[in-house]
Ligand binder design. Structure first.
Ligand SMILES: [Zn+2]
Ligand SMILES: [Zn+2]
Length: 237
């Protein structure tokens, strides 16, 4: 079957994320997705909690690892990957843990991008990242890298704010489970789609972020009304 998944989404467990776990699935379904990979910065705990909690929607546990040379996404993982390792060490660690290593936004400006450090060791390249700048050029350059290395191409929104979920997504020809999606991507049975995150959403996200920093206790951008989120910056009240 064809499965529509956004392979790059942050929750409020990421230091810069606003998406409450309890609103993630609502917005993902609204965007017509069948699944989402939760890829918080350097942690996998929110993703694993969501896997346990959500039964009617595909949650792929993942993480966006801060390697010494740029961000790397590990998909289908049960453990956190240490940060500040080299690209090679990070990819090896993801593979050791049974995950899939994706070179995310490899040519985006203003993000921690791998650029030419992307190698054949990876399982896929994120050629479309909805929040990458400059959008068109970053796609062209990422595609060049993926084609040169002969790697499968995927897409994700890099959403940090719930309405951004699904602005970019990957269609995967697979069984409807995490292992199936990972295996299909590795085998290239996937196609990336997406458009840039609208400026209006980016602005709203920035305003909410600012509000959260200035008034953490009063902000409604994240709450712990289901007792799920435990980070002071997003949930203390
Ligand atoms: Zn990143
Ligand atoms: Zn990200």
């Amino acid at each position: 079957m064809k499965v529509k998944v956004d392979l790059h989404v942050h929750t409020c467990y990421s230091y810069d994320g606003l998406i409450k776990p309890q609103e993630l699935v609502f917005y993902a379904k609204k965007a017509g997705l069948n699944g989402v990979a939760i890829t918080d910065h350097d942690r996998v705990d929110a993703a694993l909690k969501m896997v346990k909690k959500v039964k009617d929607f595909l949650i792929i546990p993942g993480t966006e690892v801060s390697s010494l040379n740029g961000h790397i996404i590990g998909l289908n993982l049960q453990e956190t990957v240490p940060k500040n390792l080299s690209v090679e060490e990070t990819v090896d660690k993801i593979h050791e843990l049974g995950g899939l290593a994706v070179a995310c936004h490899p040519k985006a400006v203003l993000k921690a991008s791998l650029g030419q450090k992307t190698s054949r060791k990876f399982d896929a390249v994120e050629v479309i990242n909805a929040s990458a700048f400059p959008f068109k050029r970053s796609i062209e350059k990422a595609r060049e890298i993926a084609n040169k290395l002969g790697l499968p191409q995927v897409a994700g929104s890099d959403a940090h704010y719930a309405p951004e979920i699904g602005t970019a997504y990957t269609i995967v020809e697979t069984e409807f489970d995490c292992d199936g999606v990972a295996k299909a991507i590795k085998n290239g049975l996937c196609e990336p789609f997406g458009k840039p995150t609208p400026l209006s959403l980016k602005l709203k996200r920035e305003i909410l972020n600012l509000k959260l920093k200035m008034f953490p206790a009063k902000s409604d951008s994240c709450s712990n009304n289901d007792g799920f989120c435990n980070l002071p910056q997003c949930c203390d009240s």
